[in-house]
Design a protein around this ligand. Structure first.
Ligand code: 73E
Length: 829
């Protein structure tokens, strides 16, 4: 009876195919039903959160329906599945996206209107899950959207952080962090699965023995155990599948220890419960700057262990043998954050399922594939051997064993001692530590970077020795973004205009945008293109007013840099240029300046002093510029607090110019760059990350390129870069830098920006001073082109028309072909 389809259950009741209807009437009925019977509300006491929740539950039913159906199909076809392991996800608000994917935006809007309610207000009500820091987490969520749309049997595993990325407020110009209580109004999108839970062990010691059958056996006697419980959120694809994101929450194994009876011990037992729950309390807010914290290692191991146990359970309860595990599953490691999985799968196979080491290793290294997202040395994960051995004693032994066999292989192949030391999983320089990127590389069948340039640098720098050893293992998959969320949903004006001209096929095939090329010079189309942009800018103008109190003019050029604040991304290079403009305007030299609003947003890691000072610099310049009547006719500066997915969806559609100005070689890919161009912004950027490929696609005449290449940067460094020399020899630059300690900017606190000033003059690790002139002259070109509306619009249209490559659908197809060896199971109903 377990093989019956859901259809057959409903049919036997005479209730049809068990569809939850998609008509306006169905939605109205279910919505009211949820409001009264799920939430128990009477109309007079209904709050806006009740209304939001009732609608979310109504839509979740429909999403779950898709998901259940997908599972049925995948099971019938006995398909190979993909498990995506990521410590971070940034799904953004669910409601709007689900309506789009179910194609019921109009029906829902109509249902609400009849009840005197407004869909936009409901959408505003949603608090997004901020379970990631930035690009890496958002990429994982774009991939979920595409996996579901393409019909790839897949599951996304991660951590259900109770507090996501902090909320950013600006007080007196400084970033302040407050906790993100995203669950405080409940989370209608998730389904708790109390019966899907696993025990995860920590600490203690191991015992080695030979058992009755003469098998060498290792037992891990842990110091503590924690239970992980699954919370499932359905993620819909467009018109078709649903997959789930399964996030683990930590709990005590037993809430109460029933053997204790006196009050003191009772409280100790409760305390133990609280300690256990700490593991999934909070997301580490550090993007590309890791601090080796014990709790972070525990988080990583916790979710990886739950996920692998879950997969093994799924595999074996379906009657399959573990020796086929790698045929049934591929696991994609989203950076090294989940890479302890390599050792954990070995432990589960060898210690718990009594598999021989060689067979276990064979299956393991044919199961995992590893995506590297960064070359920054401070972001490469290393765990001190002493820490790892204390928290995961058995895993340390396994890592040593993997390493000794690996180094043996290298010796056999004639590698030099130096090379062997460089490639070892253990870094013996200073405090011994485990290099997680090496563990992930050795334990995977494929390793990929996230843009052509980054993948090339990965092979020539960080994993150079490994690329020599296993050239076939290395590949590239350039990132992409879901154009459904970042265009269809968030920019309906542009989406409708495009659909009117080329139909709706682009929703599942972004390359069809090519057809827009022929309209690039059509005056009528250009006019409507500009109208849409202006409307989007008006909407953002209002949002800026609400959020910051600053009034901006939507007719001005909107020049935008939004992303995490980091020195390598060079937000301060943009600021230096703004200061130059300010000084020019004060000097009366306003010719050649196109009236511009400079918009910044992004969070700084709470412990990253210089990043926070860059925010302070932006707000100081904003204050100075915006209040000065003489200046603010030409330029305005805005820092929008608390950048997140929801806010991003308002910003991209309204941008004219996209700033992608990182020092070449540092930004692995970037994905904001794609979202801007997709919405018709032109890019000013360096030859870094995916900028290189964006420029290739849109044509060099439609891209504002500046700055040194990776090779030139290396050369500058080799020649002994002295930033001070640039300061001395370039009067304009000197003026701008000296302005950092002016009374005018600092309102008397002239020491305020000294740390940045000294950093730039003494080290300038990201070579801002070297690239400054090149950047400023490119800006002159931008201003000139802005005054030629037709040319600008033509380039904007061509940018959008040539974005086909940057859909995450393409990225996922690449993963399927180059790495996973899976085929889509198409499910269009
Ligand atoms: O260039 C981006 C890239 O587009 C890169 O900086 C980012 O990943 C994006 C998606 O591929 C990234 N984030 C992290 N490493 N690379 C990171 C590191 C540690 C903690 C959290 C995030």
């Amino acid at each position: 009876k377990h093989n019956r389809s859901i259809e057959s259950y409903f049919e036997s009741l005479g209730t049809g195919a068990g569809e939850v209807g998609l008509s306006k009437e169905d939605i109205t009925k279910d919505f009211l039903h949820k409001l009264f019977y799920h939430l128990g509300r009477v109309p007079a006491l209904t709050t806006s959160n009740d209304i939001y929740t009732a609608m979310a539950l109504t839509i979740r039913d429909r999403a779950l329906r898709k998901f259940v159906r997908s599972i049925e199909k995948f099971t019938q076809q006995d398909a190979r599945g993909i498990a995506y392991f990521s410590a971070e996800y940034l799904p953004g608000p669910h409601l709007g996206n689900n309506l789009l994917n179910l194609e019921i935006v109009d029906e829902t809007k109509a249902a609400l209107t009849e009840l005197g309610l407004d869909l936009d207000e409901l959408l505003d009500e949603e608090e997004e899950p901020g379970l990631g820091n930035g690009g890496l987490g958002r990429l994982a969520s774009c991939f979920m959207d595409s996996l579901a749309t393409l019909g790839i049997p897949s599951i996304a595993y991660g951590i259900r952080y109770e507090f996501g990325i902090f909320k950013q407020e600006i007080r007196e110009g400084w970033q302040m962090e407050t906790t993100d209580k995203w669950l405080h109004n409940g989370n209608p999108w998730e389904v708790m699965r109390p019966e899907i839970s696993y025990v995860v062990k920590f600490g203690g010691r191991t015992e080695h023995s030979t058992n009755g059958q003469n098998r060498y056996q290792v037992d891990w006697l842990p110091e503590s155990e924690i239970k992980g419980t699954a919370y499932d959120t359905p993620i819909l694809g467009y018109q078709s599948n649903g997959i789930i994101m399964r996030l683990w929450k930590a709990e005590a194994v037993e809430s109460f220890d029933f053997s204790v009876y006196n009050m003191g011990d009772y409280y100790r037992a409760v305390e133990k419960k609280l300690r256990s729950e700490n593991i999934t309390k909070v997301l580490y807010p550090n993007d590309e700057n890791l601090s080796g914290k014990e709790l972070r290692l525990k988080q990583q191991y916790f979710f990886v262990s739950c996920s692998l146990q879950d997969m093994i359970n799924l595999h074996t309860t379906q009657g399959r043998e573990l020796k086929n595990f790698h045929e049934k599953f591929a696991i994609q490691l989203n950076d090294t954050h989940p890479s302890i999985a390599v050792a954990e799968l070995m432990r589960l196979f060898v210690d718990e399922h009594e598999m021989e080491w060689d067979e276990a290793w064979d299956i393991t290294r044919n199961t995992f594939a590893y995506t590297n997202h960064t070359l920054l040395p401070e972001a490469l994960e290393k765990w001190a051997v002493s820490l790892l051995g204390r928290i995961l004693p058995r895993h340390l032994e396994i890592i040593y064993e993997i390493n000794s066999r690996f180094l043996e292989e290298l010796r056999d192949k004639g590698f030099s001692g130096d090379q062997i030391a460089r490639m070892s999983l253990i870094d013996e320089n200073g405090e011994p530590s485990v290099r997680m990127a090496h563990l992930a590389t050795v334990g995977s069948f494929k390793v990929n970077g996230v843009s052509e340039l980054h993948s090339r640098l990965l092979k020539s720098q960080v994993l150079n020795d490994f690329a020599g050893l296993w050239p076939q293992k290395f590949t590239n998959v350039t990132n992409g973004v879901t154009h459904r969320r970042f265009l269809a949903m968030s920019n309906p004006g542009l989406a409708n205009l495009i659909s009117e001209k080329i139909g709706e096929g682009w929703l599942t095939d972004l390359t069809s945008f090519k057809e827009l090329e022929k309209l690039a010079e059509n005056e009528d189309f250009q006019k409507r293109w500009r109208e849409v942009k202006l409307q989007n800018k008006q909407a953002l103008t209002q949002f800026i007013k609400e959020q910051t109190g600053v009034t901006v003019d939507p007719e001005m050029l909107f020049d935008v840099q939004v992303k995490r604040i980091h020195e390598y991304k060079r937000q301060h290079l943009m600021v230096l240029h703004i200061i130059d403009l300010y000084l020019r305007i004060k000097d009366g030299k306003t010719e050649n300046i196109a009236a511009s609003t400079f918009i910044f947003a992004g969070k700084a890691a709470p412990g990253y002093f210089l990043a926070k000072l860059i925010i302070r610099l932006i707000t100081a310049v904003a204050e100075l510029v915006n209040e000065d009547e003489e200046v603010n006719r030409f330029i305005k500066v805005v820092f929008l607090p608390n950048f997140n997915v929801k806010q991003a969806q308002r910003i991209y559609p309204a941008a004219d110019l996209s700033e992608q100005i990182s020092m070449a070689g540092k930004e692995a890919s970037g994905t904001g760059n794609m979202k801007f161009a997709l919405n018709g912004a032109l890019t000013i950027g360096t030859l870094d990350g995916a900028n290189v490929e964006i420029r290739e696609e849109v044509g060099e005449e439609n891209f504002f390129l500046f700055g040194q290449t990776t090779e030139e940067i290396q050369q500058t460094r080799n020649e002994g870069y002295r930033p001070y020399q640039y300061y001395e020899e370039n009067p304009k630059l000197k003026k701008v830098l000296d302005f950092l300690s002016s009374e005018e900017l600092t309102k008397g606190d002239t020491e305020l920006f000294k740390p940045l000033y000294h950093n730039l003059l003494q080290q300038d690790p990201y070579q801002l001073l070297k690239d400054f002139d090149s950047y400023c002259s490119k800006k002159e070109e931008v201003f000139k082109l802005w005054n030629d509306k037709k040319e600008w619009t033509k380039k904007s249209i061509l940018n959008v028309a040539r974005m086909g490559k940057f859909s995450s659908d393409r990225s996922i197809r690449d993963y399927c072909e180059k790495i996973w060896n899976v085929k889509p199971v198409k499910l269009k109903e």
